[in-house]
Design a protein around this ligand. Structure first.
Ligand SMILES: [Zn+2]
Ligand SMILES: [Zn+2]
Length: 257
C-alpha cells in the first residue's frame, strides 16, 4: 500500500514539474516571444525552450504560432480557429485539440501566418519530429520514475496541460472579468495554472506586451520568468511595460499600471 501511495505521489509531483515546464515554454516562448515578438531570447535560451516544448508537448512551434496568430487576426469572428462566441465555450473546451488540427489542415496557414519561422537544422533533425520528442519525453519519465509511475505522470501531465490550454481558449473568452473592451476574459485562478495565460483579456488589450498582469493583485508567473531572463541578460523586451492597443487605450476606465 505504501509503495502504491509513494508511486502516486511521485507521479503527481513529476507531472506538476513537467506541466509547469510545458506551460512556461508555451507562454514565454511560443506565445509571447514567437507569436507576438514581445521579447527576444538569446539563441541558447531559445534552444532550451524548443527542447522543452519538443519533449513535453508534441507541438511544432510554427504550427502553434500560425494558429494563434490567426486567432488574433479574427478574434471571435468568422475565421477564428477556436472561438467560444461562434462555437460555445464547452465545444472549444472539449474539442480544442481537434479545432487546432482543423486549423492546421488549411495548407496556406503556415505560409500566411508563420512565414518568419522557417525550419532550421534543429527542426529537420529533432524539433520538427514532434511525435519522436513526445515519445522520448515519456521514455525519460519511465526511466527516471519506473515504467508505471512514469506512464502515470505522463498521463496526468497530458490531461492537465491540454485542459489548461483549452481553458484559455474556452473559459478565457467566456467567463471572468473584462476590464478592456474585448471578448477575452481575465481568470486569475486559470492564470495560476497556466503561468499567466489566464489573464487573457489583458493580453488581447496589449498583445505585444511581455507582461500579462496589468493591475494590482494580478499575478503572472510567466512575467516573473521573463523578468529573470531580462535581469540575467538572456532576453530583451520589446516594451518594458504594458503597451495597450489604441482600442483598449480609448476605453473608459481601462488603466494599466
Ligand atoms: Zn484569445
Ligand atoms: Zn496572443
Amino acid at each position: 500500500m505504501d509503495t502504491i501511495l509513494t508511486s502516486l505521489l511521485a507521479a503527481v509531483i513529476a507531472a506538476a514539474i513537467v506541466t509547469t515546464l510545458a506551460n512556461t515554454g508555451t507562454t514565454v516562448y511560443l506565445h509571447r516571444a514567437l507569436s507576438h515578438r514581445a521579447l527576444t531570447v538569446r539563441p541558447a535560451v531559445a534552444w532550451v525552450f524548443r527542447l522543452v516544448i519538443w519533449l513535453t508537448t508534441g507541438i511544432k512551434p510554427k504550427e502553434w504560432v500560425a494558429v494563434h496568430r490567426k486567432h488574433h487576426a479574427y478574434t471571435d469572428e468568422e475565421g477564428d480557429p477556436h472561438s467560444p462566441v461562434l462555437l460555445g465555450w464547452w465545444t472549444v473546451q472539449k474539442m480544442n485539440v481537434a479545432l487546432y488540427r482543423k486549423a492546421l489542415s488549411d495548407p496556406s496557414l503556415i505560409s500566411k501566418y508563420a512565414r518568419d519561422l522557417p525550419d532550421d537544422k534543429w527542426d529537420r533533425w529533432f524539433f520538427g519530429h514532434n511525435k519522436t520528442g513526445l515519445g522520448l519525453g515519456i521514455v525519460i519519465l519511465m526511466v527516471v520514475l519506473g515504467p508505471w509511475t512514469g506512464l502515470l505522470a505522463a498521463f496526468i501531465h497530458a490531461n492537465v496541460y491540454l485542459a489548461g490550454n483549452a481553458a484559455v481558449n474556452a473559459l478565457g473568452h467566456h467567463f471572468g472579468k473584462r476590464p478592456y473592451p474585448n471578448e477575452a476574459t481575465n481568470l486569475q485562478w486559470l492564470a495560476f495554472f497556466t503561468m499567466g495565460e489566464g489573464l487573457h483579456n489583458n493580453h488581447h488589450a496589449a498583445p505585444s506586451s511581455p507582461r500579462l498582469s496589468h493591475q494590482r493583485g494580478q499575478i503572472d508567473f510567466g512575467w516573473w520568468v521573463i523578468r529573470t531572463l531580462k535581469a540575467t541578460r538572456l532576453a530583451t523586451l520589446r516594451f518594458s511595460d504594458v503597451r495597450l492597443t489604441s482600442k483598449a487605450q480609448s476605453a473608459s476606465g481601462a488603466t494599466a499600471n
